[in-house]
Design a protein around this ligand. Structure first.
Ligand SMILES: Cc1ncc(COP(=O)(O)O)c(C=O)c1O
Length: 412
């Protein structure tokens, strides 16, 4: 298995990568499901397709054919992609409660006083770095329901406030993300609240699957736009992973759609929470969890225990995986915010910017082995998803104005 490391990142190819299609797993991400998901998301009056930008000057500079960035900071005015999962999961849950097919429901109907009366009062609970919680709090408030959101230790006050501003009860715990999830599951059980969590474990799989399907609709939007332009499919997608629900939802949709011609899936995580990297490095197909306090600036990716379904999918379809220092996320934030020539400016937060920071690093700084192993060359058409804007606005400025993460040192 090819692998390598320097002082800025570690990488490995995934031993278990397979060209075989596991239809049992992929079926949940085909258009039979995802058409319905996107239809429901579109039924919200604030729905807008997010921009898909081509950074032409940057692609020339980095010696690849194309770099496209889907900018999820523009999603529903919430500055992050996460609500695409939350809105669908909450909608689907309520549809089941009403014994209705989600296909026959619109968001507006769900928030009507008649529906509220039928449903009664519901409290949604979730553990989150902030982006997912904000999406759940927003969806709950829009539907006239309540939400309770717990953020893990180390979360910033501004992320907590963003959740509270959406009408949720919010609190920062003194535990890491994974332990906060366990605490919320216990509270939900005890109080009869509905847990809407973006990760799955043994016995809790239904709602996380809906969330992953909600994310897969982003891939559908991308492909629809590429096809409308008669553009070629990307050859590579670099996806950031926390629990991996996002990356797996996107990867599964692309695999389903392009089949043998699907792009190479590259996963990137912070070194503080690199469970996919460690698992792929070990190569046995087992999960190697990360425990303890995780303090990467990539707050959305500080998760040490993967979603088990996402792990199954990525263990099969991810081509390689990277464990990155925070410096590369900072690099991505600076580059996207200061474009070359006529390229569009993109405000990208810590977790949003890491794929671009990594690509930049591989093409400009790193020893060539990793880029060569991945065929990141002048024929490569790379897709990246900016999953968040400046969701922690003060920290964003600390990084891009005050250079708190320092420069990226040349590998030695
Ligand atoms: C901005 C951002 N990007 C990416 C992710 C990763 O998503 P997942 O935990 O499903 O891997 C998160 C998760 O919170 C996030 O907030």
């Amino acid at each position: 298995m090819e692998k390598g490391q320097d002082q800025n990142m570690k990488w490995t190819l995934n031993n278990n990568y397979s060209g075989v299609f596991n239809e049992k797993e992929l079926v949940f991400f085909n258009n039979k499901y995802i058409d319905k998901v996107l239809r429901f998301q579109k039924s919200h009056s604030k729905y807008n397709k997010t921009p898909l930008l081509s950074l032409k000057n940057l692609s020339r500079y980095l010696n690849v054919k194309e770099i496209r960035v889907k900018d999820e900071s523009k999603r529903f005015g919430l500055n992050a992609f996460k609500v695409m999962g939350g809105i669908y999961a909450v909608g689907k849950y309520l549809a089941e409660k009403l014994e209705r097919d989600i296909d026959s429901l619109s968001f507006d109907e769900l928030r009507s006083p008649e529906t509220k009366e039928k449903l009664g009062e519901i409290t949604f609970i979730s553990a989150t770095d902030g982006n997912h919680g904000r999406g759940i709090a927003w969806a709950a408030r829009e539907l006239g329901q309540k939400s309770v959101i717990y953020l893990p230790k180390g979360s910033s006050r501004s992320r907590l406030e963003a959740v509270q501003q959406e009408g949720a009860y919010g609190e920062i715990t003194d535990m890491n993300y994974d332990d906060t999830v366990r605490m919320c599951a216990e509270l939900a059980e005890e109080k009869g609240w509905v847990m809407v969590q973006d990760t799955a474990w043994e016995g809790y799989d239904k709602i996380p699957l809906w969330i992953m399907q909600g994310y897969a609709a982003i891939a559908k939007e991308i492909i629809e736009e590429l096809e409308a332009e008669e553009a070629e499919a990307p050859t590579h997608i670099i996806l950031q992973a926390g629990v991996g629900s996002f990356a797996a939802g996107i990867a599964a949709y692309f695999k389903n759609h392009y089949r043998e011609l699907a792009p190479k899936i590259i996963i990137v995580e912070p070194e503080a929470a690199d469970t996919y990297y460690r698992s792929f490095s070990k190569g046995t197909g087992e999960i190697v969890p990360v425990t303890g306090h995780m303090n990467s600036i990539m707050a959305g990716l500080n998760c040490g225990e993967p979603n088990v379904r996402a792990f199954r999918i990525l263990n099969q379809y991810a081509y390689s995986s990277f464990s990155s220092t925070d410096r590369l996320a900072a690099l991505g934030m600076r580059v996207l915010g200061n474009p070359l020539g006529s390229d569009e400016k993109i405000i990208s937060g810590e977790s949003g910017a890491i794929p671009l920071g990594l690509l930049f690093y591989l093409q400009k700084f790193a020893e060539p082995e990793a880029a060569e192993a991945l065929q990141l060359d002048e024929k490569a058409s790379v897709l990246i998803i900016n999953t968040e804007g400046d969701t922690d606005a003060e920290h964003y400025l600390d990084v891009v104005w005050h250079g708190t993460q320092g420069q990226v040192p040349r590998p030695n």
